[in-house]
Design a protein around this ligand. Structure first.
Ligand code: 13P
Ligand code: SF4
Length: 299
């Protein structure tokens, strides 16, 4: 059985499996730690394992390697990528820095290592508002996600937050009309959304937060039915925590194909062969570490 083989290899190699909530259910089931981006970055940094198998997308594996260069970071599929992580024109960052003397470039962790190198601080959806509020700078260039950026901008009114034209293709595919159709079908349901959704969806939402925040809210809240506006991998944990509650997703179900590359077979293969390793140029790593460490301090 795949699961037994994975358990044996993990012990033998002192490996730990980290999985994002969007990974396939069977992979979340064998993982040692499952969480949102911020939690997984912290766990990677604190882990005493020799090998980290990161079941996520490239920026997550890269962040783990940047934070723990001495560990072997493997990914079940090195091609699993986040489309949004590339959605910044690098020259634009330089132009913004010339235009605003006190500019802070705030980089959503969903970004390449090269973009982190040009940034002052990283954030995730669970700490972006808190971190941006705590910065001394008045002018903020928020990259790459315009939707998380606008969500922060709406709450941090004393700063000039400049948005960049990037977005998550999976989250922007959900439209307000799709959410309204679910609300019509389930009138008592609460809408819980990720801030990568567009404003039309966020306006219909009863709660907005990271994947971990959505999961915690659904557990703590007394309601029985929820419309979930984020990638459908979160359903595994939502149902595990709340077997008596009901969860609906907008139609078509939001699915990140790259996250779904982290199959159980791919986890076993990479543990066996240790061939899909994340490498980062040392100069890039040293520079990209600065905004990530600042996030861990502030977040
Ligand atoms: P979280 O940090 O909320 O887990 O989000 C990561 C992500 O990729 C959302 O699309
Ligand atoms: Fe990137 Fe969107 Fe997939 Fe999250 S859901 S990893 S933001 S493409």
């Amino acid at each position: 059985m795949l699961k037994t083989q994975i358990e044996e290899l993990k012990k033998r190699k002192n490996a730990v499996i980290l999985a994002h909530y969007y990974a396939p259910a069977e992979t979340q089931a064998v993982a040692d730690f499952v969480g949102d981006s911020f939690y997984l970055a912290k766990i990677a940094k604190e882990s005493l394992a020799d090998v980290i198998v990161f079941c996520g997308v490239q920026f997550m594996g890269e962040s783990a390697k940047i934070l723990c260069p001495q560990k072997k970071v493997l990914m079940p599929d090195l091609t699993a990528d986040c489309a949004m992580a590339h959605m910044v024109e690098e020259g634009l960052i330089e132009r913004m820095r010339q235009e605003y003397e006190d500019l802070a470039v705030v980089c959503y962790i969903n970004s390449t290592a090269a973009l982190k190198c040009k940034s002052d601080v990283c954030v995730t959806s669970s700490n972006a508002v808190r971190i941006v509020s705590s910065l001394p700078n008045k002018n903020i260039f928020f990259i790459p996600d315009k939707n998380l950026g606008s969500f922060v901008k709406a709450q941090v009114k004393d700063k000039n937050i400049i948005l960049n034209d990037g977005c998550c293709p999976v989250h922007v595919r959900m439209q307000a009309q799709d959410v309204k159709a679910e609300l019509d079908a389930h009138p008592g349901a609460l809408v819980l959304s990720h801030p990568e959704c567009e404003s039309g969806v966020l306006e219909l939402s009863h709660f907005i937060g990271s994947t971990a925040d959505i999961i915690a809210y659904a557990k703590e809240c007394g309601a029985e039915e929820f419309i979930i506006c984020t990638e459908d991998g979160v359903e595994f944990k939502l149902l595990a925590d709340n077997p008596e509650k009901r969860f609906y997703f907008p139609n078509p179900r939001p699915c990140c194909a790259d996250m779904k590359l982290n199959t159980l077979q791919a986890v076993l293969d990479v543990l066996l062969q240790e061939d899909k390793e994340v490498f980062i140029d040392e100069k890039v790593r040293e520079r990209a570490l600065l905004p990530l460490e600042r996030m861990l301090e502030l977040g």
